[in-house]
Design a protein around this ligand. Structure first.
Ligand code: HAM
Length: 407
């Protein structure tokens, strides 16, 4: 039996690659304009980075990591890239530079999840991470960049959801309120939620288990809890963010139940969703993580960022058609064909020739599929030192000299 790509992974075929290149190009353009610098970190990292960074109450760390041992070291294929960028930020002493430090990245991530539409085990993210700014201007900058990037791909009708998770002080009271509301039906919840109940009850709101969701609905959980009561500082931060977004004319909805699936968030969290994606409807997720740099051994550093799922993004934009090359050299003289092709490429044209020197009719058939023009070099052309240029769209053909062609 032939070997297939592993479950949850996909080949990105030449017919799709134009879209991927367009997405990467737009990301580069938009992030460059905002002076974000590209960073490329390793695809695998020390397992402890994710345990400490992403958090041990998350599904990502508990169930979804691709972890392996090499020379007594535990390594993990990165399930996300915020922790890796923070590691690099510390390792290369970026925190000694004057803030802000602004990075963007594009690359594969790995999560052992149940594959379904919009959810893969190897997927790609484009993201940004911004260090050193406490003001909500940084949060607004991230949301603005995400929206601008999506707009550059023609995606104007996505929904931006925001919330503030506050700081530890704000969350303490809310956690108690949540626990009180959940306690009566705790026994019916999944094992993960039972363990989240003590460790991090907020994460229960993000549970994807159908039984849990049914119990939340039956017990009217969302109506019973008020949402986080923010302390004055966090409330002001959140209010400032909304002022900036209003000033930018960025439409958003506030979702007090948006908690996100990773442990490191503080204050702002946001997601950008599409109604055209089915159940996996988040194209982008992000937020502030003011404690993570310190958790990973660095100085106290405010930070904020986001990541987008490229496969989900790609499924929302129209297929970019592959363009034809400029010239196909048709000849029964391989040496002349290869020489002219090389010359044309040197001049900046896209050019190909027939490697097998098949019959002219076959070569022309191929040429009309892939190129705008055919350049024919037959016996007469060689003997009389000219080329025949054939427009493959109109079938018009004329004699030209090499000099004329180059001009
Ligand atoms: P996340 O919400 O886990 O956040 O992932 C961000 C985006 O990656 C999601 O909104 C989704 O589009 C895409 N994504 C996640 N998992 C999959 C999957 N299995 N298959 C396909 N696409 C997927 C983070 O990863 C954070 N590091 C974002 C961040 C950066 N927060 C602050 N800075």
């Amino acid at each position: 039996m032939s070997i297939k790509a592993p479950k949850g992974t996909k080949d990105i075929l030449p017919s799709e690659i134009k879209n991927w290149q367009l997405i990467e190009l737009k990301a580069k353009e938009i992030f460059d304009k905002a002076n974000f610098k590209e960073i490329r970190t390793p695809i695998f990292e020390d397992t402890n980075l994710f345990k400490r960074g992403v958090g041990d109450t998350t599904d990502i760390v508990n169930k979804e990591m691709y972890t392996f041992e090499k020379s007594d070291r535990s390594l993990t294929l990165r399930p996300e890239n915020t922790a890796g960028v923070v590691r690099a930020y510390l390792e290369h002493n970026f925190y000694r530079e004057s803030p802000p430090l602004k990075f963007w990245y594009f690359g594969p991530m790995f999560r052992y999840e149940r594959p379904q539409a919009g959810r893969q085990r190897q997927f790609h993210q484009i993201g940004v991470e911004m260090f050193g700014i406490q003001d909500a201007t940084a949060d607004a900058e991230c949301i603005m960049l995400a929206v601008e990037f999506l707009k550059s791909l023609g995606l104007n009708d996505l929904v931006v959801e925001i919330n503030s998770l506050g700081c530890n002080t704000c969350r303490k009271e809310y956690k108690e309120e949540l626990k009180k509301a959940i306690a009566p039906f705790l026994d019916g919840l999944c094992e993960d939620c039972k363990s989240r109940f003590e460790k991090n009850p907020l994460r229960i709101l993000d549970c994807k288990n159908e039984t849990c969701n049914k119990l939340f609905e039956e017990n009217n959980l969302k109506a019973k809890v008020s949402g986080i009561k923010l302390c004055p500082e966090c409330a002001q931060h959140y209010a400032n963010l909304k002022t900036y977004l209003d000033a930018l004319n960025i439409k958003y909805t506030e979702n007090t139940f948006l908690v996100r699936g990773l442990d490191y968030y503080t204050k702002t969290v946001f997601e950008i969703k599409s109604n055209n994606l089915g159940s996996q409807n988040a194209v982008c997720g992000g937020g502030r993580y003011d404690g993570l740099v310190e958790t990973l051994g660095g100085p106290k550093t405010p930070a904020v960022g986001f990541a987008m799922g490229v496969e989900r993004l790609n499924s929302l934009i129209p297929q970019v058609e592959d363009t034809k090359i400029d010239y196909f050299v048709v000849s029964d003289n391989q040496t002349e064909a290869i020489k002219l092709t090389s010359k044309l490429r040197e001049l900046g044209f896209k050019a190909e020739f027939d490697y097998n020197s098949r019959k002219f009719a076959k070569q022309l058939e191929k040429a009309s599929k892939v190129a705008n023009y055919a350049i024919i070099i037959g016996e007469d052309e060689i003997n009389n030192n000219y080329l025949t240029l054939k427009d493959l769209n109109t079938s018009e053909q004329k004699k030209v000299s090499l000099e004329e062609l180059i001009k």
